[in-house]
Ligand binder design. Structure first.
Ligand SMILES: [Fe+2]
Length: 473
């Protein structure tokens, strides 16, 4: 395979692009169907390109049609509706419309918050003042200023209470509702405006946050997490073990290309992988986890949670063909298109995101279609991208047996209705999840360990104290 080397001698500052969608204007070089190694600026004293300044390498068409199909069958169902992708999810409003959810924008929250506090203002507040203040808030946002009292980010935040609006027969948007509310304030005193704005806020703005939904999922294994404090097999892999095992051949091959392209980085990551219980990592690869995205155009982001010394291993499966969907690295002004059967080894700690993914003949953009397939946005292809990586926090996992015992312990506390923690959750909508702060240092856990034959782990938490007898024995 002929491999073209591309040298890029400048890195641009692109922090301002984080969370925003990228397009063709963010790259000067676009690569597709070509074996390339792309290198960034060399370090001080560095004369030759090597792994230290490599940004990415594309190896096109390395998987056979059968392997592409195998990966599609085995992994595609893993990408389901989630609102858990925050920055990389960007702002695909079709997802929100699909769920009939609408995030309250920062300026809307800002003006409601401001109106709620005008009660003590000495100048009478009219509609003109409200509109001037709203324009001022929008200006502040455009200049990158934070708005006091507002937590919402551009692509994540509280939503309009659609159900209440529906119940009242109000079918317009949140913005229209807010405008209608402000119209109704004409002639009211400052105290009345503040009181009504507070009521409006409480009634129509939900306290729970959401983000723009996408089709995405996780396979393989996952580390401890505050609410799930044990290492485990992800639900997707555990649900259908046969289906999962069918993908291992494919993941092994991704591992092989990683090793070939970046032997030193690979060895470092493999060493870390080998320190993890084989039952908590993917086969004999350098990976613990795989992220699956379906027709998901990511906004500019850096990957998080993977091993810092590692690299990203992207590959692609799917159905049909599409235009666009380039993975752009705006800091280097380069974009690479990943087609089914390609492998892209890439430094995912550099800012990256996708250009719009479009239907070949119509140019229609792939949008969020939900689990059930929203026909309004349906397109004739599926781009399923797979990211194989090692989750950094899996290095803190104990043996599989030990992690399974942690899980059993959490469940036993959950099921023990006499456990005093349960009494703190009185409303029927609430339930204790079996987790408390400091639970892994308590005697209750040490006793549980001993009861299940984990004496060495118990001794580590409660080292034996030397008595006079043992000292002179
Ligand atoms: Fe990424």
């Amino acid at each position: 395979m002929q491999i073209r080397e591309i040298n890029i001698d400048r890195k641009y500052d692109c922090e301002h692009l984080l969370g925003k969608f990228l397009d063709e204007s963010h790259a000067d070089i676009m690569i597709e169907n070509e074996a390339v190694n792309i290198y960034g600026p060399k370090g001080v004293g560095q004369t030759e390109n090597d792994e230290s300044n490599m940004i990415c390498g594309l190896r096109p068409g390395v998987f056979s049609p059968e392997e592409i199909q195998e990966a599609y069958d085995g992994l595609k169902p893993g990408a389901t509706e989630t609102t858990n992708r925050s920055q990389s999810a960007g702002k695909d409003t079709s997802g929100i419309q699909h769920r009939r959810r609408e995030i309250v924008t920062i300026d809307q929250l800002g003006i409601v918050d401001w109106m709620s506090k005008v009660g003590t203002s000495l100048t009478p507040i009219t509609k003109k003042e409200i509109s001037d203040q709203w324009a001022y808030i929008k200006g502040q946002i455009a200049n990158g200023k934070k708005i006091p009292g507002v937590k919402n980010a551009e692509n994540r935040g509280v939503t309009w209470q659609r159900k209440k609006m529906d119940d009242e027969g109000f079918l317009g948007t949140g913005l229209e509702l807010l405008n209608k509310f402000i119209d109704g304030l004409d002639g009211k005193s400052n105290a009345e405006i503040a009181e009504e704005a507070q009521k409006f806020d409480k009634y129509y703005i939900s306290a729970t946050e959401t983000a723009y939904p996408v089709l995405s999922g996780i396979g393989g294994f996952y580390g401890r997490y505050p609410r799930i404090p044990y290492c485990r097999t992800t639900l997707y892999s555990a649900l259908d073990v046969k289906r999962w095992e069918k993908c291992l051949n494919y993941i092994n091959k991704v591992d092989h290309y990683f090793k070939e392209l970046l032997p030193t980085r690979y060895q470092n990551q493999k060493k870390v992988a080998d320190s993890i219980d084989p039952e908590l990592r993917i086969g004999d690869t350098a990976f613990t986890t795989i992220t699956i995205n379906n027709n998901f155009r990511t906004a500019a982001h850096r990957d998080a949670g993977d091993l810092k010394e590692g690299f990203g291993n992207l590959s692609c499966t799917g159905k049909g063909e599409w235009d666009g969907g380039y993975t752009v690295l705006p800091e280097y002004r380069v974009g690479v298109k990943l087609n089914p059967g390609d492998v892209l080894i890439m430094d995912v700690h550099q800012i990256h995101g996708n250009t719009a993914i479009r239907e070949k003949n119509t140019g229609r953009e792939a949008k969020f279609i939900g689990n059930k397939g929203n026909t309004e946005h349906a397109v004739d292809f599926e781009r399923v991208s797979l990211v194989c990586y090692l989750r950094e926090n899996m290095t803190e996992c104990g043996s599989r047996a030990y992690e399974d015992l942690r899980k059993k312990y959490v469940q036993s506390r959950l099921e023990d209705k006499e456990h005093p923690e349960h009494k703190k959750y009185v409303h029927r909508s609430q339930m204790w999840n079996g987790v408390t702060a400091g639970m892994w240092e308590e005697d209750e856990w040490v006793d549980y360990l001993r009861k299940h034959g984990f004496d060495a782990e118990a001794d580590e938490l409660r080292p034996a104290v030397n008595t006079i007898d043992t000292l002179f024995a």
